[in-house]
Design a protein around this ligand. Structure first.
Ligand SMILES: *Cc1c(COP(=O)(O)O)cnc(C)c1O
Length: 409
């Protein structure tokens, strides 16, 4: 009898503490549990399903391509991928794009590109990246080393060399002091997602840009969570007036069909010549057909303006909600529809109460509950969400009877 058959270990490797809910189907902003309950989905599979579930336009794009060709390998040209790359280039600072299957692979490629650039411009000794505490860049060995979180690195042996971490609160002077003759670049999330929706200021990012230029380093951004409309602009760095040299995206790029990308300027990508990088699946016709359909929706005139409007409405409602429930929440933070509620109670308890009330959210570091609603929410869904949160707060209060009296008014 195997361990799985004896029940010693589940057949699905137990690396997640899974919530005991399974979903039967999704429709727009809602998910339907096999238990017959309906949930308002403000988690979006962790910032992935930006257009909700089973968006008819995306379903049609996927079905149409599924009847043509799914996969042909990168040994041949892929017109759908060429189109998607061109459109991403036109919509961004970048000149060139490599498609991956996940965010982690996009980060891995970003790191490789930065190192290869330095080697191509005659500085092979420069291979180290400066990263920030609280960052999350993925789960490959290099991405873990870049993120630097002990709880994820523990037990996995020697960490990949070449990352120097500075505090998220580091000043530009402190970042500059961390630059050595071996430094190749700086890697940063404009807003730390898993780290608790913690934004770097535009001034800081502008300063980083200047530091990189001064020292011949590349500025790399991880926009896997912040990108693809989540912040109210296509990419969050657009709010800051700073562009990176290379950027990783993924999550909402395929609305749930696995696809990521790293995108760079021609200068930054000069080392990425034939044979230097590859992927069997990356950018296959099915993934890039879906990516194109996502861009059709996201780049439609006025769409992102609408996201900004609905986001500011949600933000206002949440700010009032935090005021009314200041025994449970400390503040609301974030940008666009990448929002966090900093909690006074354990965030796991808060997220569980939300779920019990019928609202799905995602936890983050710094005792934050993340609200990552679909970009297609409307005023009625905001009302519904705030009602569910109020309901959850009442339940939390009943359960915990906190010492602090509820603030009047
Ligand atoms: C989700 C995420 C990743 C990892 O992406 P995967 O698709 O899970 O590999 C990396 N960086 C950030 C900022 C993320 O949010």
């Amino acid at each position: 009898m195997t361990a799985a058959q004896s029940g010693a270990i589940p057949a699905v490797m137990p690396t997640y503490r899974r919530i005991d809910i399974a979903f039967e189907k999704g429709d727009g902003v809602y998910l339907y549990g096999v238990d017959g309950r309906r949930y308002l989905d403000f988690a979006c599979g962790i910032a992935v399903t930006a257009f909700g579930h089973c968006h008819p336009y995306l379903v049609k794009a996927l079905e149409t391509q599924a009847k043509k060709a799914w996969h042909v390998s990168n040994l041949h040209r892929i017109p759908e991928g060429e189109t998607l790359a061109k459109r991403l280039v036109e919509a961004s600072f970048a000149d060139t794009v490599f498609f991956t299957n996940s965010g982690t692979e996009a980060i891995e490629g970003t790191i490789k590109l930065v190192r290869k650039y330095q080697s191509a411009v005659g500085h092979p000794e420069r291979y180290r990246l400066i990263t920030f505490e609280g960052a999350f860049h993925g789960r490959s060995m290099a991405a873990l080393a870049a993120g630097g979180q002990e709880k994820y690195l523990e037990g996995f042996g020697p960490r990949v060399e070449g990352f120097d971490q500075v505090p998220a609160t580091a000043t530009l002077k402190e970042v500059e002091a961390a630059i050595t003759p071996e430094t190749a670049g700086v890697l940063i999330e404009p807003i730390q997602g898993e780290g608790g929706i913690r934004a770097f200021t535009p001034e800081f990012l502008r300063g980083l840009r200047a530091l990189c230029d001064k020292h011949g380093l590349l500025l790399a951004m991880d926009e896997i969570q912040t990108g693809m409309g989540r912040s109210g602009k296509l990419f969050a760095h657009e709010w800051t007036g700073v562009t990176p040299d290379v950027m990783a995206v993924a999550k909402a790029l395929g609305n749930g069909y696995p696809i990521g990308a790293f995108m760079a300027t021609a200068n930054a990508a000069q080392g990425m010549t034939p044979g230097t990088h590859g992927s069997t699946y990356g950018g296959n016709p099915l993934a890039t057909a879906v990516g194109n359909a996502v861009l059709d929706l996201m780049l439609a005139p006025g769409f992102l303006d609408g996201v900004q409007q609905v986001a500011s409405h949600l933000r206002q409602q949440l700010a009032m909600l935090v005021d009314r429930n200041s025994d449970i929440f400390e503040e609301v933070r974030g940008q666009g529809l990448l929002l966090g509620l900093k909690c006074r109670l354990p965030n796991g308890d808060v997220a569980a109460a939300f779920r019990q009330a019928g609202l799905l959210t995602a936890m983050a570091g710094d005792n934050v509950v993340r609200l990552l609603p679909p970009l297609i929410i409307e005023a009625q869904h905001i009302n519904e969400a705030t009602d569910l949160i109020e309901k959850a707060c009442a339940e939390l209060r009943k359960a915990s009877k906190p010492e602090a009296p509820r603030k009047a008014g």
